[in-house]
Design a protein around this ligand. Structure first.
Ligand SMILES: [Zn+2]
Length: 141
């Protein structure tokens, strides 16, 4: 199931039918009907006649708010845990860095809650900064 939709394609000053909105967002019309019925998109329905017409500006603002609500921004000393589905701090002393070439670096640490290895991808130039953020005592080499 797709989790992100490109709501920037929606024109604010244009009305949409279920079919035209579904085609624009590359989803099935039943998905749009589901959003109207249970997801709160009913605020964008112009009136209860057929065909169902949706206000472009309201659809766009609803989708924008929905996308913003789903964001889980990490703090400076956190990595995203896919098992806990939230940003987590790493276990003290579990910080590791691995690079496959001279430019990229993968920093890893274990989740404080579930123990899963968390990964964050960055550039090797930022390694000292990353080490200071995740593990202040990380030895420099
Ligand atoms: Zn976790």
């Amino acid at each position: 199931m797709q989790r992100k939709y490109d709501y920037r394609l929606i024109k604010s000053r244009r009305p949409y039918t279920l079919a035209s909105l579904a085609k624009l967002l590359k989803v099935h019309p039943a998905t749009i009907r589901g959003w109207i019925k249970t997801g709160g998109l009913s605020v964008a329905v112009v009136d209860n006649t057929r065909p169902v017409i949706l206000n472009g500006a309201k659809v766009k603002s609803w989708m924008e708010a929905r996308a913003k609500e789903r964001k889980r921004p990490c703090g400076p000393d956190e990595m995203y845990c896919v098992r806990c589905k939230s940003p987590r701090q790493i276990v003290k002393g579990s910080f590791r860095a691995k690079s496959s070439n001279t430019q990229k670096v993968t920093v890893m640490g274990d989740c404080e809650e579930c123990g899963l290895t968390l990964r964050s991808f960055n550039t090797a130039a930022n390694l000292d900064d990353l080490a200071a953020r995740y593990n202040p005592k990380y030895p420099k080499d």
